[in-house]
Design a protein around this ligand. Structure first.
Ligand SMILES: Cc1ncc(COP(=O)(O)O)c(C=O)c1O
Length: 415
């Protein structure tokens, strides 16, 4: 039986007009992909990878070096553009294993893709120098790192290209970017999204915000409007499809939890469709320093709360200056013993790299295979309210320490 429990707190940033005060950026804004002189918007980060490969002129003979710790959204664009992914190892701290990368270099290697896992920026100077020495194109995958700097290098500046996943950092349901500090991107031809796609972008954002009660006095009205919309969609669907199988009367249990099939969201037909105006506007108007400070604060709170817990350890026990985390990654001793329990309790557990590419040989990178199974990520985004963060910490503590009962979902009175 498949059962996907509702998430009691938002997994990703939620739209609130209060967060849109950063049009001018301000002196305290952290470095970000918004600073790049060359910019193109797309619908998702995976499409930005495809667009970069197209700009490079990747051909079927070309190999792209990618980390063995990856998600489908990094591999599908390579295959769609006719390239061949070749997997390299990472170190336990998620830095690129440059020696292993060098062993995998062939005359067909053309591109190197390096992500900043979970927002913790990789030192890239050595990788940049190695790429220059071998005439390779470096794509800095900033899907987890819209902000920050390391080794004195602001994010995105070491790659020939950098790709971003705006929806992971801004209150959007879609949005990505291809940027470059080194190469003009004006030869890329894209078309604007249709009016219905533009509208969908706004509606989806508001619907998500309304689900988590973020739109103040507008919320009751919007809730009604979205309920009506759902009823209409449901009615249309049930009119056109076969009846669903009988539902069991038994309430679902944690052990019934089956993750939904993996879908990366990559749609090759949208590679040359530019991002919505809505996504561009929200990205431009958002207060960057607020996003950065709040994420760091929430990360620190999760770090302090989980350090003493049994059965887990934070992947990054220190939060260096210059890092704006995407999520809080926690390495679990017994991942399968707690995954269903956390999901069932309504915690939005994220699992980057849960499904490694079928075509990668077993044993390519023991660290990646281990992390694929054992690292869970928890939201630390700027839209989490204190009581939501506290609730998630209480559920984590009760589940991992095996003590006490689970707290009631936030915004619901205690029994
Ligand atoms: C490291 C990394 N790169 C690229 C992507 C693709 O980004 P998007 O989901 O915006 O397509 C993801 C997606 O999660 C990712 O984790």
């Amino acid at each position: 039986m498949t059962f996907t429990p509702p998430e009691h707190i938002p997994k990703q940033p939620v739209f609130e007009s209060a967060a849109l005060t950063g049009a001018s950026g301000g002196t305290s804004s952290p470095p970000s992909l918004r600073d790049a002189p060359y910019q193109r918007t797309v619908n998702r980060g995976s499409l930005a990878i495809a667009l970069a490969l197209r700009h490079i002129g990747l051909s079927a003979r070309h190999e792209v070096l990618v980390p063995a710790y990856h998600c489908g959204a990094m591999i599908e664009p390579i295959l769609a553009e006719g390239g061949l992914p070749v997997f390299y190892r990472i170190h336990a701290d998620t830095r690129v294993d440059l020696e292993d990368m060098a062993r995998r270099l062939t005359p067909a290697t053309r591109v190197v893709l390096v992500p900043h896992f979970f927002g913790f920026l990789q030192p890239l100077k050595a990788v940049r120098a190695w790429c220059d020495a071998h005439d390779l194109i470096l794509i800095e995958d900033c899907a987890h790192a819209f902000f920050g700097e390391t080794e004195g290098c602001p994010v995105g500046t070491q790659g020939d290209y950098a790709i971003g996943s705006n929806w992971k950092f801004f209150p959007l349901n879609e949005g990505g970017c291809l940027v470059s500090f080194r190469h003009p991107l004006n030869t890329i031809e894209t078309r604007a999204p249709s009016l219905s796609e533009e509208l969908k972008a706004v509606v989806n954002t508001l619907e998500y915000a309304s689900r988590y009660g973020r739109l103040g006095s507008f919320n009751p009205w919007l809730k009604k409007a979205f309920r009506f919309k759902d009823a209409v969609v449901q009615g249309l669907r049930s009119g056109s499809s076969a009846p669903s199988p009988e539902r069991t009367e038994d309430p679902p249990r944690p052990e019934d939890f089956v993750p939904a099939p993996f879908h990366s969201g990559f749609d090759p037909d949208r590679t040359t469709v530019s991002g919505s105006r809505w996504a561009r506007w929200v990205t431009e108007k958002s207060a960057l320093s607020f996003i950065a400070e709040k994420r760091r604060e929430n990360y620190q709170a999760l770090l302090e709360a989980t350090l003493p817990l049994p059965g887990c350890r934070p992947l990054f026990p220190h939060l260096p200056a210059g890092v704006v985390p995407h999520v809080f990654p926690l390495v679990m001793d017994q991942p399968m013993a707690v995954f269903g329990k956390l999901k069932f309790a309504g915690v939005p557990v994220i699992r980057f790299g849960e499904f490694l590419w079928d075509g990668m040989d077993k044993g390519t990178c023991p660290v990646s295979e281990d992390y694929s199974r054992r690292i869970f990520q928890f939201p630390c985004h700027q839209s989490l309210k204190k009581h939501e963060l506290d609730w998630m910490i209480q559920v984590l503590s009760a589940t991992l320490a095996g003590t006490g009962s689970l707290p009631p979902p936030p915004d619901q009175p205690a029994p």
